[in-house]
Design a protein around this ligand. Structure first.
Ligand code: ADP
Length: 514
C-alpha cells in the first residue's frame, strides 16, 4: 500500500514537472512563431505599400505627361485647321496648274494672290492635270498638301514659308496659341479617373527664370516630376516654363487600393493569434485537469484505504486476539466494521453516480416534496452521526412544496450541509432560509465559516475542483459534491448561486420552479 501511494505521487509529480517545462517550451515556441508571423506580415505590408506607392507615382506621372501631350496636340490641330483654311481662302493663296516646258508636263502652282511671283510648284502623278482645275481636284490637292507637308511641319514645330504671306500668318497664329490650362486640367482629370484616382489635384506652372521649383515630395500629396511645357506658344523657344501636378490625399488613395489586402492580413493574423491563444488555454486547462485528477486519485486512495484498514484490524483482533471470546468486543468490532463498510459503500456510490451521470443525465422521479421536512430530515441524519452544530430554519410559510425528485434533492441539501460541516473549522452555525415567491422556491444554506476566496468561487461547481489551499488541504473530498448539486438543480430547471466572504461565511442559494 505504502509503496503504491509513493509511486502514484511520484508519477504524478514527474508528469507535472514534464508538463510544466514542455508547456513553457510550447508557449515560447508559439510566441516566437506568432511574433515571426507578425513581423513577416508587417514586412510584407510595408513592401506592398511601397510598391503601390511606386505604381501610383508612375501612373500619375504618365497621366500628366500624356495630358500635356494631348493639350499640345490639340493646339497643333487648331493650327493645322487654320492653315488649311488659309490655303482654301483665295484672298491669300490660290492654286492653279502651270505647264512646264522643260519637263513637258502640267504642274501644280500655289501662289500668293497678291504677289503671283511668290509661289511654290510641284508635280502630281496621281492626278491627270490639265489647264483647269476642278473644285474637287483643288480640294484634293489642298487635303494632300496639308497631310503631306503642313501637318508634318506643325508636328515638328517648323514654320515653313511656302509663300511669304502664308508663312507670316503661320507665325502669327503660332504665337497666339498659348497653353489651354482648362483643357489640360480636364484631360488630366480624365486620365486620372481612368486609373481610379479620384482625389483632388492641382496643376502649378512655374516660370523658371523667375521662381525656383519647389521640392517634389510634400508628404500630403503625390507630386509629379516637373515637366517642361510650351506655355506661351506651341513651341516655347525659351524653354523656361515647367508644370507640376499635386495629387492630394495620397494615403486614402493607397488605402483605397490596399484595403482588401490589409483587411485580409489583419483578419488572418487575428485568427492565427486567436487560435494560438485558444491552444494555449486548452493546454493550460488540460494541465489543470491533470492536477485535479491526480488530487482525486490521491484522496480516493486515502478514503478507500481507511475503512479497509479499520475492517482488517477489526477482523484481525476478532480472529487472532481472542476478540470473539468477549461478546461486547465482538459487538463493538462488528458495529465499527459495519459503519466503515457503509462509508466505503457511500464513497463508491458517489463516484459511481458521477460516472453514470457522465454518460447520461440522472432519471428524475418528480413528486411533491415538502422542503421544510426534507431539511429537517437532512439535519437529523447529521445529528444521528454525532456531528455537533446548531441550526435555525427560517420560513414565512409552514408548508412549501416543489415538484422534484426527493432522493436527489435530499442529496443536494445533504452535500451542502456536509460541506459546511467539513469546511467550518469550529462551532458551526447553520441558517436555512426557505421562501416561495412567484412560482419559485428559494432555499438558502448559510454557514459561519471562513468563506471561499473570490477567485475560486466561479470554479467550485466544476467537476473535481477543490480549493487548493488553506482549510481544504486537511479535509478529504473529491471535488464532486457541488458539481452534482449544480447538475441536479439544473436538471430541475433551477439555478444555484454562491455568496461568500471571510466575515459572513458562505451561503448557497438554490432557486427551483414550483
Ligand atoms: P469536496 O467537498 O469533495 O472537496 P465539493 O464540490 O463539495 O467538493 O466542494 C468544492 C470546494 O468548494 C471544496 O473543496 C471547498 O474548498 C469549497 N467549499 C464548498 N463548500 C464550502 C463551504 N461551505 N465553506 C467553505 N468552502 C466550501
Amino acid at each position: 500500500m505504502f509503496v503504491n501511494e509513493t509511486s502514484i505521487n511520484a508519477t504524478g509529480r514527474i508528469h507535472l514537472l514534464y508538463m510544466n517545462s514542455s508547456l513553457r517550451r510550447l508557449f515560447v515556441l508559439a510566441l516566437a512563431a506568432g511574433t515571426g508571423l507578425l513581423c513577416l506580415q508587417a514586412f510584407w505590408m510595408h513592401n506592398e505599400w511601397k510598391n503601390s506607392t511606386d505604381v501610383l507615382q508612375r501612373q500619375i506621372t504618365y497621366a500628366f505627361q500624356s495630358a500635356i501631350d494631348s493639350e499640345e496636340n490639340k493646339r497643333k490641330q487648331i493650327l493645322t485647321v487654320y492653315l488649311k483654311s488659309i490655303l482654301s481662302d483665295t484672298n491669300y493663296v490660290d492654286i492653279k496648274t502651270r505647264y512646264n516646258e522643260k519637263q513637258h508636263q502640267w504642274m501644280i502652282n500655289m501662289y500668293d494672290t497678291r504677289n503671283k511671283k511668290d509661289y511654290s510648284s510641284w508635280t502630281n502623278s496621281e492626278m491627270t492635270l490639265g489647264p483647269e482645275l476642278t473644285a474637287e481636284q483643288k480640294k484634293m490637292i489642298i487635303d494632300r498638301y496639308v497631310n503631306d507637308n503642313v501637318k508634318k511641319n506643325v508636328e515638328e514645330n517648323v514654320i515653313f514659308f511656302y509663300t511669304q504671306r502664308f508663312g507670316e500668318l503661320w507665325t502669327q497664329k503660332f504665337k497666339q496659341l498659348s497653353l489651354d490650362s482648362a483643357y489640360l486640367q480636364a484631360i488630366f482629370k480624365k486620365q486620372l479617373l481612368e486609373k481610379d484616382i479620384t482625389t483632388p489635384f492641382v496643376i502649378r506652372y512655374f516660370d523658371t527664370s523667375l521662381v525656383s521649383l519647389p521640392l517634389e515630395n510634400t508628404g500630403n500629396a503625390f507630386v509629379t516630376k516637373p515637366v517642361y511645357i510650351n506655355y506661351l506658344t506651341i513651341n516655347d523657344y525659351r524653354k523656361k516654363y515647367m508644370a507640376m501636378a499635386y495629387i492630394y490625399k495620397p494615403a486614402s488613395l493607397l488605402f483605397g487600393r490596399l484595403w482588401l489586402a490589409l483587411l485580409t492580413t489583419f483578419l488572418l493574423l487575428s485568427l492565427s493569434l486567436y487560435c494560438l491563444y485558444r491552444m494555449y488555454r486548452t493546454i493550460l486547462q488540460q494541465k489543470q485537469l491533470n492536477e485535479l485528477k491526480n488530487d482525486f486519485i490521491g484522496n480516493m486512495t486515502h478514503e478507500l484505504k481507511t475503512p479497509i484498514a479499520t475492517v482488517t484490524a477489526a477482523i484481525d483482533s476478532l480472529q487472532y486476539f481472542d476478540g470473539l471470546k468477549s461478546s461486547e468486543k465482538t459487538e463493538r468490532y462488528l458495529n465499527t466494521s459495519r459503519m466503515e463498510l457503509q462509508r466505503l459503500n457511500d464513497i463508491v456510490s458517489k463516484v459511481l453516480d458521477i460516472a453514470i451521470y457522465e454518460r447520461q443525465e440522472a432519471k428524475l422521479n418528480k413528486e411533491p416534496v415538502e422542503i421544510l421536512s426534507l431539511l429537517k430530515m437532512v439535519v437529523q441524519s447529521f445529528e444521528v452521526k454525532g456531528v455537533v452544530f446548531s441550526y435555525e430554519i427560517q420560513s414565512d410559510q409552514d408548508n412549501i412544496t416543489v415538484q422534484a425528485d426527493k432522493t436527489h434533492l435530499k442529496n443536494v441539501l445533504y452535500n451542502l450541509v456536509d460541506n459546511a460541516v467539513k469546511y467550518v473549522p469550529e462551532k458551526l452555525q447553520l441558517v436555512f432560509t426557505v421562501s416561495a415567491q412567484m412560482g419559485t422556491v428559494i432555499i438558502t444554506v448559510k454557514d459561519n465559516g471562513n468563506g471561499i476566496e473570490e477567485k475560486h468561487l466561479l470554479r467550485i461547481f466544476e467537476k473535481f475542483y477543490r480549493v487548493p489551499s488553506g482549510n481544504v488541504q486537511d479535509v478529504k473530498g473529491f471535488g464532486l459534491g457541488l458539481f452534482y448539486v449544480k447538475q441536479i438543480i439544473g436538471q430541475h430547471g433551477g439555478s444555484v448561486e454562491v455568496n461568500s466572504n471571510q466575515t459572513d461565511g458562505t451561503s448557497f442559494t438554490i432557486q427551483l420552479p414550483v
